[in-house]
Design a protein around this ligand. Structure first.
Ligand code: CA
Length: 225
């Protein structure tokens, strides 16, 4: 997933950034509210993490502004211990969930995953589409009755395709979600990755759950169950 992180505590921001990158997510970090607003307006994110106490523009105003401009990205707010009024104000401004500092990175990641899943219309942590089953808790995948062993990038790609089943995702979309910004966008890394994923989940090529849409990108085809 592509994550916007708005946090002015540089040490904490660096820790979250590293943890999410190590888990194969793409992260943009903004260190004040104005920079966060710029990113939130300018780019498309799967989820945003917003600290409430921020320089220049506080987190509540940042969220309220994005929501008033119809930016629907799920938002998780970070609040200080005991700041229940902040939580209420943040949720009322349009945040979707909160986490109180200090927190465990595992809990942050679990909450982000749940927000993204729900935003895609899935209530259950297991994604199922026409014979392909992906368990987001154990990160295990089965396709047409057989377990499939995927690399971290193959898993992320399949998860993103399934979360957006029926939608065409361009190579740029996929590159932005899977790799850091400075990655070479012209390379054929996504084609190679899609090819490997297809061979693993559909070895004999009969089911074809991942379709190529000529000149546009890829679409996970199977109907949602
Ligand atoms: Ca702060």
């Amino acid at each position: 997933m592509r994550v916007l992180l708005v946090e002015d505590e540089m040490l904490l921001a660096a820790q979250i950034d590293k943890y999410l990158r190590d888990d194969q997510h793409a992260v943009d970090v903004a260190s004040d509210g104005e920079e966060g607003l710029y990113h939130g307006r300018e780019y498309e994110y799967d989820v945003a993490i917003v600290d409430l106490g921020l320089p220049k523009l506080d987190g509540i105003d940042l969220i309220a502004t994005l929501r008033s401009e119809e930016v629907a990205t799920p938002v998780l707010i970070l609040t200080a211990r005991g700041g229940w009024r902040d939580k209420v104000a943040g949720l009322e401004a349009g945040a979707d969930d909160y986490l109180t500092k200090p927190f465990h990175m595992e809990e942050l990641l679990a909450r982000l995953n749940a927000l993204v899943r729900r935003a895609s219309g899935y209530a259950s942590p297991t994604l199922r589409h026409g014979g392909v089953e992906l368990d987001t808790r154990t990160r295990s995948v089965a396709a047409y009755g057989a377990p499939v062993d995927l690399t971290a990038y193959e898993y992320r790609l399949l998860e993103y395709l399934m979360l957006n089943a029926g939608r065409v995702l361009s190579r740029t979309d996929l590159t932005e979600r899977l790799y850091d910004q400075d990655y070479d966008r012209d390379s054929n890394v996504i084609e190679v990755l899609v090819g490997r994923l297809r061979r693993k989940i559909d070895p004999d090529g009969t089911q074809r759950p991942i379709r190529t849409v000529r000149g546009q990108g890829y679409r996970f085809e199977a109907a949602r169950e």
